[in-house]
Design a protein. Structure first.
Length: 364
């Protein structure tokens, strides 16, 4: 059965009746000695909290530097803080284009896109030049790894994106910033639970085709929806994360193995190549870079017709799309990258068989 996200086990759901874990204990897989954790519902709220703290410290709205290849839907909470946003250009390898990073930031956000390490050492040097805080965006990363989560003054983690939980964003601090736990309502958990229960009970043939979710065309972005003002995590979501975190090493191995098997099935075909080797990292998605936007759009349609929920990424900020000369590489990435699911709940044989239904020339 193909699902868009990993499903919980029945034992995970039964664990919802237990006690809520302590926030610091739950965060242990992502913490090193001396670091502090603050849980939010999503990392978008973590970033907004960092900007709000910087505003209090500086006495003015901070300038936050972000890569041009960034999901616009995640920026709502940050924009509401009044922070000034500066989108720096990226290279074809999705690294910061350092000669073009010219404005002095207060916060510099370095993204480890799709789970692949970005150049944190260069980012640290850049921040030292401007006395800026370095924020590592690890939302696509399962666990700290060499080059990831080691250098930033703060790190953003989104365990819910890789584990079976409705939400849960972790802000890890190592610079002594005074950021309190969020107050207010939490996102509802019941709709997520109901959907997962249906997926766990019904046979796969009776479930909606996940390849029909989201935009129908590769060129389209999801509808713009303002993120509800619910920064706090629900206790039930943290309980599910606590259960899932016990098996993160197994999850990492399954994702790497599936990524490797899927890449073997895709890499020999003409018109694209892998953005990275999924065996070397724990992949968030397997990402294929197409030679042209036309190839990407056609294969998006072909794989979806075969029942594979392939995706584009991301919905770019309007500041980026309005300046194509400055953000050519980000726009190129948006129009040529195809993202294949590799989560631990997938049946590798089923996924590979569906991909094999799509026929096109082999590379010679």
């Amino acid at each position: 059965m193909i699902t868009g996200a990993p499903l919980p086990a029945w034992s995970d759901l039964i664990a919802l009746l237990g006690f809520r874990p302590g926030s610091q204990r739950l965060a242990q897989p992502w913490l090193k000695e001396g670091e502090r954790a603050v849980w939010f519902s999503r990392s978008a709220w973590s970033l907004a909290a960092l900007a709000a703290a910087a505003r209090r410290r500086l006495g003015r709205p901070p300038l936050v530097a972000l890569p041009g290849l960034f999901c616009n839907a995640s920026l709502g909470p940050l924009r509401r803080t009044g922070a000034a946003l500066d989108f720096y250009p990226v290279t074809a390898e999705l690294e910061p284009d350092w000669p073009e990073c010219r404005r002095p930031p207060d916060l510099f956000v370095l993204v480890h896109a799709f789970g692949r390490p970005a150049d944190a050492a260069a980012a640290r040097a850049h921040c030292a030049d401007w006395d800026a805080q370095l924020v590592e965006d690890c939302a696509h990363v399962l666990l700290p790894a060499p080059g990831i989560g080691e250098t930033g003054d703060a790190c953003l983690w989104s365990p819910h994106k890789l584990l079976p939980a409705p939400h849960g964003g972790l802000l890890v601090l190592r610079d002594g910033a005074d950021i309190p736990a969020p107050a207010g309502p939490a996102p509802p958990v019941l709709p997520w639970l109901a959907k997962r229960l249906v997926q766990m009970v019904l046979p796969g043939r009776l479930l909606p085709n996940p390849a029909r979710r989201g935009p129908a065309r590769f060129e389209d972005d999801p509808p713009a929806v303002e993120m509800a003002d619910m920064p706090a995590p629900a206790g039930a979501a943290l309980k599910l994360l606590a259960r899932a975190a016990r098996g993160v090493r197994v999850v990492a191995a399954k994702r790497r193995a599936l990524g490797h098997r899927l890449l073997e099935a895709l890499a020999g075909r003409e018109g694209w190549s892998a953005l990275f080797d999924p065996v070397l990292i724990t992949p968030y998605r397997l990402v294929m870079r197409c030679d042209t936007p036309a190839i990407a759009a056609r294969r998006f349609d072909e794989y979806r017709a075969a029942g594979v929920p392939v995706e584009s990424w991301p919905d770019l900020p309007p500041e980026v799309t309005a300046d194509p000369a400055h953000h050519a590489a980000a726009l190129r990435a948006r129009s040529t990258l195809l993202c294949f699911p590799v989560h631990q709940g997938l049946d590798p044989a089923d996924l590979v068989e569906r991909c094999a239904r799509v026929q096109f020339p082999q590379r010679h």
